[in-house]
Ligand binder design. Structure first.
Ligand SMILES: *[C@@H]1O[C@H](CO)[C@@H](O)[C@H](O)[C@H]1NC(C)=O
Ligand SMILES: *[C@@H]1O[C@H](CO)[C@@H](O)[C@H](O)[C@H]1NC(C)=O
Ligand SMILES: *[C@@H]1O[C@H](CO)[C@@H](O)[C@H](O)[C@H]1NC(C)=O
Length: 433
């Protein structure tokens, strides 16, 4: 089996001297490149749009004294205050002084729909096992009605974080609306305004870009910027303000994450619901592996590091939807299919306002006047995933694929830069420190 490489012997001493000189020169060049590389990675990151940060140790990472060298927008009063709030310890530590070692941290990201949030929080209060973990609520914007609901939570430790550079926090300048911004299809030269257009010729809309910014800020912050989670080696579950969560969700997740390495070693994540948001599952006696869904996706730091390495792909893709961006650029760049494993019955459903979702039929989960039409059946109250089940794989599903050019709405260079800055902000050290 073995093939041996036989080193030719060099007899001629002149050749040897020549090789010696060449190797010394090469070593010098390598050293120079190395030093230049080191230097550029600490100071010229901005210019090069380089995001090369994964060498930094991940655990016990001291985040004080970072941020300084990334050119984030200048703080205003509110953003500064929110940055301060993000440092506060979780609430309810007196009620739940210790967290389970194998906890799955839950991250709920929200904007400004208090009626919805109330229902989601209500559903979370009935989730069995939630009292052993930490719930992080990530806010896009600062709204009293939203805060009141979160402040009322007593069923687990809860920490609020607020995206300080949300367009909603800046009423008269970037990342919000600047007086000098171009609008719609304005010509920047003719109108003497600021902005670069997307592939369809439209200028940015701060309200629309805020969703993708928030998602990316939240991901970076939850994995790399909070002392509560920086050392967390397990999984993190992500849900939104319009996801109703069934009581068995947490216990099912625990089972799924435990089964994943043996049942579906190639799966990147587990999900609480089918990737087809209209489906509640097949009801089979089988686990399902399919394309990554966007309801209740749960993954670990290894996967986050892979995503984070694709910051450029994420930040430059001209689509204002974070999920379509992930499907069209980030996941395809991993090479191979990106599967997620789930149970045959949804443990979470997306809901909307009744009557608005055309083509979803009467079974669509919806809310009217603060009342949601979702029944919780007995089977959704207890863990309902069996370790002896096999895995059914849905391959070649339809959906967004590599090559899709995006729906636009994400063409402004300032948004690209802010997005890249979010990827760097917890990794670049202050020059002073
Ligand atoms: C973290 O870094 C800051 C500033 O760089 C320093 O003042 C502080 O002592 C460090 N904390 C720990 C726990 O090392
Ligand atoms: C969590 O709730 C369960 C009941 O649902 C209870 O048995 C358990 O003691 C609680 N654990 C904590 C840490 O509060
Ligand atoms: C995280 O998940 C990935 C994908 O399922 C897996 O390959 C990896 O071993 C996991 N890492 C840890 C630390 O559990």
């Amino acid at each position: 089996m073995g093939t041996y490489y036989k080193k030719p012997r060099i007899r001629d001493s002149a050749v040897r001297r020549f090789l010696f000189v060449v190797s010394i020169t090469l070593a010098g060049v390598f050293l120079l490149c190395f030093l230049v590389g080191m230097n550029s990675s600490s100071s010229e990151l901005m210019q090069e749009n380089e995001v090369e940060i994964d060498s930094i140790s991940e655990v016990n990472f001291n985040i004080t004294g970072l941020v300084g060298s990334v050119k984030l927008p200048k703080h205003n009063y509110l953003s500064k205050m929110l940055e301060g709030k993000n440092q506060l310890a979780p609430r309810n530590m007196d009620l739940y002084p210790s967290l389970a070692k194998d906890r799955i941290v839950i991250v709920l990201y929200v904007h400004n729909r208090p009626q919805y949030l109330k229902l989601v929080v209500d559903s979370l209060s009935r989730v069995s096992g939630i009292n052993e973990t930490l719930l992080i609520v990530s806010h896009d914007g600062y709204f009293d009605a939203m805060n009141k609901i979160v402040e009322g939570i007593r069923f687990c430790q809860v920490k609020q974080v607020f995206a300080p550079f949300s367009p909603h926090i800046f009423p008269d300048g970037f990342p919000g609306v600047s007086p000098n911004d171009c609008k719609e299809k304005d010509d920047p030269v003719e109108k003497n305004c600021e902005g670069s257009t997307d592939q369809y010729g439209n200028h940015r809309s701060p309200k629309i870009v805020s969703l993708k910014h928030h998602w990316w800020w939240m991901m970076n912050t939850v994995w790399d910027g909070l002392k509560e989670t920086i050392g967390h080696s397990g999984d993190v579950l992500f849900i939104e303000e319009d996801h109703f969560i069934f009581p068995n969700a947490y216990q099912n997740l625990k089972i799924l994450t435990e089964l994943k390495p043996t049942k579906c070693p190639d799966c990147y994540a587990v999900n609480l619901a089918p990737s087809n948001v209209k489906s509640r599952g097949e009801g089979w006696n089988s686990l399902i592996a399919e394309r990554m869904g966007n309801i209740g996706y749960t993954f670990n730091r290894t996967v986050w590091r892979k995503i984070h390495r694709k910051a450029k792909e994420f930040c430059f893709f001209d689509d204002y939807n974070w999920d379509i961006t992930m499907w069209s650029t980030v996941y395809p760049s991993f090479g191979g299919s990106v599967y997620s494993m789930r149970g045959p019955r949804a443990s979470a459903v997306h809901f909307g306002k009744c009557g608005l979702h055309q083509g979803q039929g009467e079974n669509a989960a919806c809310v009217d006047n603060g009342v949601v039409n979702i029944d919780t059946e007995e089977i959704d109250k207890v863990a309902n995933i069996k370790p002896e089940w096999g895995v059914h794989v849905f391959s070649n599903q339809e959906g967004y694929q590599a090559g899709f050019r995006g729906w636009g709405g994400w063409g402004d260079k300032r948004d690209h830069q802010l997005c890249l800055d979010f990827a760097k902000m917890y990794h670049v050290r202050n020059k002073a420190s």
